[in-house]
Design a protein around this ligand. Structure first.
Ligand code: ATP
Length: 360
């Protein structure tokens, strides 16, 4: 089922939770709604579900306006962060619940329920847990059961609100891969809320970046990563350094350095900024002979290594541009972050306090 979100706005008192949000979701897509806490992701999901009404705008399911369609008739399945499994029911009964409460006439027979529930438990690879109670399951298992329960009524749309948010990092990673495979099998139109950029980029067909109640960008994971539409998107998707310079022929000039930044360079000589991710910076030990051009200007940004932290295979370097002083109040705006392989860091033998040169 396709979903069209048209100019949806929502206020809570004076607070604008959603501002004119529009989005078209194709049938069978897996969409990630990504953004910081409080940006309106859950509110949008609740409006799509019919749990909340919009102040303005409309939601269309397969071209039909859903405004007057009750949540029970929307054929929507939910999975929330805090699994709402019934504690006094076994796994089997939890998954069977949606089938048992169907009105007489459309309610499946006991044999059909048994087959359907066991098929679903097989799908989420937990059929061996059918007789357990929720308290006897791990967090990851509970979320898979919650998903099986949501799927039991054959929803046309699946809404997942931070479904793996309460789980530890390793289980989260496993479950998101598993969810992607499951989606590839079932093709149910799905909307997945997360504030974890890695999760969104890994799982979704398209990512919708939200900030302060507005959509900042919609695109495939690669599009939003390679061509962030705004400084917010750039910063939200990963660590980034921002360099101020002047536009010159579609590039940004910064102290004689040219940085490619087609999205952000305006008319020649206008102020421009370039973003460079920490792993795209080259770092070398500074030597005047090598790093000064004929006019005596440095080729690259001369910095002092203020701190180096090795995390597994990566060394994160905090670099202070030469001449910059530590501002009062501890602002870290002027710090450049570079990431290089830990192996290279050890081979180079960089020491804290040493003068280095970085080039984008
Ligand atoms: P999180 O990742 O923290 O869940 P979110 O992006 O899902 O955040 P929402 O839950 O949609 O954010 O909330 C958006 C804003 O609207 C928040 O500032 C929240 O405090 C506010 N809000 C949500 N529901 C209500 C409500 N019922 N009454 C008043 N304010 C609300």
């Amino acid at each position: 089922m396709s979903i069209e979100i048209r100019n949806v706005s929502k206020r809570f008192g004076d607070f604008h939770a959603l501002r004119d949000v529009s989005l078209d979701i194709e049938s069978g897509e897996l969409i990630a709604l990504l953004g910081p806490s409080g940006c309106g992701k859950t509110t949008l999901l609740r409006i799509i579900a019919g749990l909340e009404s919009a102040d303005a705008g409309s939601i269309l399911f397969s071209g039909e306006d859903t405004t007057d369609v009750h949540v029970r008739e929307r054929q929507v399945g939910f999975v929330f962060q805090h699994y709402a499994l019934f504690r006094h029911m076994t796994v089997f009964e939890n998954v069977a619940f949606g089938l048992r409460v169907k009105p007489r006439g459309v309610r499946p027979s006991e044999a059909q329920i048994k087959k359907k529930v066991m098929d679903l438990l097989g799908l989420v690879q937990l059929d061996w847990l059918a007789d357990r109670f929720p308290s006897q399951l791990s967090g990851g298992q509970r979320q898979r059961i919650a998903l099986a329960r949501a799927l039991a009524v054959e929803p046309k749309v699946l809404l997942l609100d931070e479904p793996f948010g309460a789980l530890d990092a390793k289980v989260r990673k496993e479950l998101r891969r598993w969810l992607r495979r499951l989606h590839d099998e079932l093709h149910v139109t799905s909307i997945f809320v997360t504030h974890d950029q890695e999760e969104a980029l890994e799982v979704a067909d398209r990512v919708v970046l939200m900030n302060a109640g507005k959509v900042e960008q919609i695109g495939s994971p690669q599009q939003v990563w390679d061509h962030p539409a705004s400084p917010f998107v750039y910063g939200f998707l990963g660590d980034v350094n921002m360099f101020h310079g002047r536009a010159h022929q579609g590039e940004v000039l910064l102290d004689g350095l040219q940085i490619e930044s087609p999205e952000h360079a305006g008319a020649d000589n206008a102020k421009a900024f370039a973003y460079v991710r920490p792993h795209d910076l080259d770092v070398e030990r500074y030597s005047a002979g090598q790093h000064l051009d004929a006019q005596g200007r440095p080729r690259g940004i001369v910095v002092q290594l203020s701190r180096a932290i090795v995390v597994g295979p990566i060394a994160r370097l905090e670099l202070i541009p030469a001449g910059a002083t530590q501002p009062a109040g501890g602002s870290e705006d002027h710090i450049i972050e570079a990431q290089i392989p830990a192996q290279q860091f050890r081979e180079m033998g960089f020491r804290e306090g040493e003068t280095l040169v970085v080039t984008p």
